[in-house]
Design a protein around this ligand. Structure first.
Ligand SMILES: Cc1ncc(COP(=O)(O)O)c(C=O)c1O
Length: 393
C-alpha cells in the first residue's frame, strides 16, 4: 500500500502556485433535514459543482455562512495537519445561528475537513514552499422556499484549493472606509456570512486602484473606534521600553480571528501582554506597529493608515494629536498615520517574531505546544461514502 500522504502532484508547478482556483479530486457534502434532525453521512463528490434548487434561500435571501482554514505539510512532506480546525468549527456554529441555520456538530465539521484534505492530499503543497491547502467549509439553506422562513434542508460542503504563498512580508497601506459600514452596530459583523463581504468589494477595489492594499472599518455607530480590516483582524503594538503589549479591539461587530487569537497566545508565551479593549481612532498613532491578522496571509504589516476626514472635525488627528510624529497630511481633507516609511520594506520586529513562530507551528517546524495541529490520516478519507453524484429525486 502506498504510504500516506502521497507526494504533491506533478501536474502543478509548485514554485508558482498563485491564488487561482485549481481543480482537485472533489469535495465533501452532507445534508441536514429539519424533519429528521440529522446530517446525512459525509459524501465525497468528484466534481466542483453544487446541484441546488434555484429557489433556495442561499441564492435568494443570503442564508449562507462559510469558513476558511488551512492544511500544511510537515517537514519532509510526510505528514499533513490542519491548523486549529476546532476554532473554525465553533465559529461556523456561531455564524449558523446568526443566519437562522442548524449548527454543524463539531465532529461532523472536523471529519468533513479531514476527509476533504485526505481525499485531495496530493494537492497539499510541498512543505518547502511554505504554501498551504486552503479549506473552505460552507453551509446554506438549500431546499426550495418561497416565503421568508427557514427551509427544510441545508447543505454543508467542504472544498479545498491549493494556494500559493506570499513571498516575504510586504508592508501595505490601509485606507479607512468612512463612507460605508460593513455591519450595523447590533448586526451581523461577528459572523462569517457571505453577505458581509459582497458589499465591501467595490470599496476595497476602488481603494486598491488608489494604492491601498487593505481597507479598515471603524465602529458603525460613531466611527470613533477600530473594528477590523475587511478581511482580517486588527492588532496594534504598544511598547514601553522592553515591555510589549498587543492591543486588539473589543468589538461586538468583528469576527473572532483564529490567527489573531493564535498570535495573542504566542505573545503571552513570550511574556508579552495582551489587552482586548476598545481602541480609539485617536490612539492609533501611539502604536509602534500595526498588523492585520488572517488565515490568508498570516500577519501583514501595515505601512500607514489614511483617513479622508475634514480637518475641522472633532476627530481629526491634526487637531486631537497635533504635532504627533506619525501623523501627516499630504492633501486637504486627508490624514495619514505612518508606521513604516515609504521605501522601507521591513516589517516591525514584533510582527516578524510572531509570524515566524506562527508559521513554524503551522508547518511543523516547531513543537505543537498549544495542541493546534490536527493531523490528517488516510483513514479520514475512507470514512465517507463513495463519490458518484446521485440525481435529484
Ligand atoms: C472580516 C474578517 N476579519 C478577520 C478575519 C481573520 O480571521 P482568521 O484569522 O480566522 O482567518 C477574516 C478572515 O477570515 C475576516 O474575513
Amino acid at each position: 500500500m502506498a504510504p500516506f500522504p502521497p507526494p504533491p502532484v506533478n501536474t502543478i508547478d509548485w514554485s508558482n502556485v498563485g491564488f487561482k482556483v485549481r481543480e482537485v479530486n472533489g469535495h465533501i457534502e452532507s445534508t441536514y433535514s429539519k424533519t429528521t434532525g440529522k446530517w446525512t453521512p459525509l459524501k465525497f463528490v468528484a466534481d466542483p459543482f453544487m446541484r441546488i434548487h434555484g429557489m433556495a434561500p442561499a441564492l435568494n435571501y443570503g442564508q449562507q455562512a462559510y469558513e476558511g482554514l488551512k492544511a500544511f505539510r510537515g517537514p519532509d512532506d510526510t505528514t499533513i495537519s490542519i491548523f486549529r480546525a476546532d476554532r473554525n468549527a465553533k465559529r461556523l456554529q456561531h455564524s449558523a445561528e446568526v443566519a437562522s441555520m442548524p449548527p454543524v456538530p463539531e465532529d461532523v465539521f472536523l471529519a468533513a475537513c479531514r476527509a476533504a484534505v485526505a481525499l485531495n492530499a496530493g494537492f497539499v503543497p510541498p512543505h518547502a514552499t511554505g504554501a498551504a491547502m486552503y479549506i473552505r467549509p460552507q453551509l446554506y439553506g438549500s431546499s426550495a422556499q418561497l416565503g421568508l422562513n427557514p427551509p427544510e434542508e441545508y447543505v454543508f460542503a467542504v472544498f479545498v484549493v491549493p494556494t500559493g504563498v506570499y513571498h516575504g512580508v510586504h508592508p501595505v497601506k490601509a485606507l479607512i472606509l468612512d463612507e460605508f459600514d460593513r455591519t450595523a452596530p447590533r448586526g451581523t459583523g461577528n459572523a462569517k456570512l457571505g453577505g458581509n463581504y459582497a458589499p465591501v468589494l467595490r470599496w476595497s477595489d476602488a481603494a486598491r486602484a488608489e494604492g491601498y492594499g487593505i481597507t479598515l472599518h471603524l465602529d458603525s455607530a460613531k466611527h470613533e473606534e477600530v473594528d477590523e480590516f475587511s478581511t482580517s483582524g486588527f492588532i496594534g503594538v504598544a511598547r514601553h521600553g522592553d515591555e510589549v503589549t498587543l492591543v486588539v479591539p473589543d468589538s461586538t461587530s468583528v469576527i473572532d480571528s483564529v490567527t489573531s487569537s493564535s498570535v495573542q497566545e504566542i505573545a503571552r508565551s513570550f511574556g508579552w501582554k495582551v489587552e482586548k479593549r476598545p481602541i480609539k481612532y485617536s490612539e492609533i498613532p501611539d502604536f509602534s506597529e500595526v498588523f492585520a491578522a488572517g488565515t490568508a496571509a498570516g500577519l501583514v504589516p501595515i505601512r500607514s493608515i489614511t483617513r479622508r476626514i475634514d480637518p475641522s472635525s472633532s476627530q481629526s488627528l491634526l487637531k486631537t494629536r497635533e504635532g504627533h510624529g506619525r501623523v501627516s497630511s499630504a492633501k486637504q481633507g486627508e490624514e495619514t498615520i505612518t508606521f513604516i516609511a515609504d521605501g522601507v520594506e521591513d516589517a516591525g520586529e514584533v510582527c516578524l517574531r510572531l509570524l515566524s513562530t506562527l508559521k513554524g507551528i503551522q508547518l511543523g517546524k516547531l513543537p505543537d505546544e498549544f495542541g493546534w495541529r490536527f493531523e490528517v490520516r488516510e483513514e479520514d478519507g475512507r470514512k465517507v461514502e463513495d463519490g458518484l453524484r446521485g440525481v435529484m429525486p
